[in-house]
Design a protein around this ligand. Structure first.
Ligand code: SF4
Ligand SMILES: [Zn+2]
Ligand SMILES: [Zn+2]
Length: 311
């Protein structure tokens, strides 16, 4: 099979677009899709501090590389990479090393944020103490909080996340399947500034996971292939399989789910529908109920709620 744009052999097929591309045209197409999303999700960005959530895996490494390239001619943009260490020995240390290698190569400032220091506990410790709870439930909630706190501490105007098309399609389906439609407008990118939250964007939103992997590989990015030892318990796995099956049978389903997210976000973007958040009684951050979810988890584990408030 040949590339649609030149005589080189195709490096990838894209059934959802009925396209075949060689390595060079494929890399260009990824860069173009990410550039378009950057402009779409953060239009007329005036400059400032841009934080990039960098786990050291393929997605966030590609997000950092392309964000760095996107802003490379903007002296008024300062990039900072943030890595959350949830405390998962045997998994996180290798990804932290990969994150250090990439930030070193790009010359980007890098900060490591430790759950042990900030929360007084770690994902592994809590998983051992509460084996009946799926670790991703508290780990994900705590990581989002630590990221937002760290982004505020560095004065970030924007927080870049590495979610790819598969991740977002799975999240849309998960929220729909659970009846959590009101969560869909809160997914990145943020159309409206939410109090206390650094606006998040997801510039890899239209790039499928396998294409992110291929791009990271072709670019020779240092990234870690490791899988978290708790990942097999995540309820997301079911949705990953469902999305794979749907995409195989009906190419373009992931893009349709992304469109669903955007349409619902538009329909529900009126402030009265999104609603003003309460304040958490423990930490003072925005909360849907009496307590924010990070504090709810800490309380249910019998842990005190530390002051998780940035400047
Ligand atoms: S897979 Fe689950 S437990 Fe592991 S780092 Fe991700 S959210 Fe945390
Ligand atoms: Zn080509
Ligand atoms: Zn709280």
């Amino acid at each position: 099979m040949r590339c649609d744009d030149c005589d080189e052999p195709a490096a990838i097929d894209q059934p959802y677009a009925a396209a075949h591309l060689c390595a060079r045209h494929f890399s260009r197409s990824v860069e173009e899709r990410v550039r378009r999303e950057m402009h779409r999700q953060a239009p007329r960005f005036p400059g400032g501090v841009v934080a990039v959530a960098l786990s050291g895996g393929k997605d966030s490494s590609v997000a950092l590389q392309l964000t760095h390239r996107h802003f490379s001619r903007r002296p008024n943009v300062h990039l900072i990479a943030l890595t959350i260490d949830e405390g998962i020995p045997g998994y996180r240390p290798a990804t932290v090393e990969a994150a250090r290698a990439l930030t070193g190569r790009l010359g980007v400032e890098h900060r490591l944020v430790s759950a042990r220091e900030r929360l007084g506990t770690t994902t592994d410790e809590t998983a051992r103490a509460r084996p009946e709870v799926v670790p991703c439930s508290f780990c994900g909630v705590w990581r989002r909080r630590l990221l937002n706190d760290a982004a505020r501490e560095v004065g970030a105007d924007l927080l870049v996340l590495g979610f790819n098309l598969d991740d977002l399609a799975q999240t849309v389906l998960m929220n729909l399947a659970r009846g959590d439609v009101d969560r869909i407008p809160r997914m990145a990118p943020h159309r409206q500034r939410q109090p206390g939250l650094v606006p998040r964007i997801a510039p890899l939103a239209t790039v499928p996971e396998r294409e992110v992997f291929l791009y990271a590989h072709l670019e020779g990015l240092p990234f870690d292939h490791g899988v978290c030892p708790h990942a097999d318990r995540a309820s997301r796995n079911v949705f990953r399989e469902v999305v794979w099956r749907l995409e195989e049978e009906l190419p373009g389903t992931r893009h349709a789910l992304l469109k669903t997210q955007r349409r619902i976000a538009e329909l529900l973007s009126a402030p009265a529908l999104v609603g003003a958040p309460n304040r958490c009684v423990d930490c003072g951050e925005a909360a849907a109920g009496e307590r924010c979810r990070p504090c709810e988890y800490l309380k249910s584990m019998g842990r005190p709620s530390p002051a998780m408030v940035g400047p």
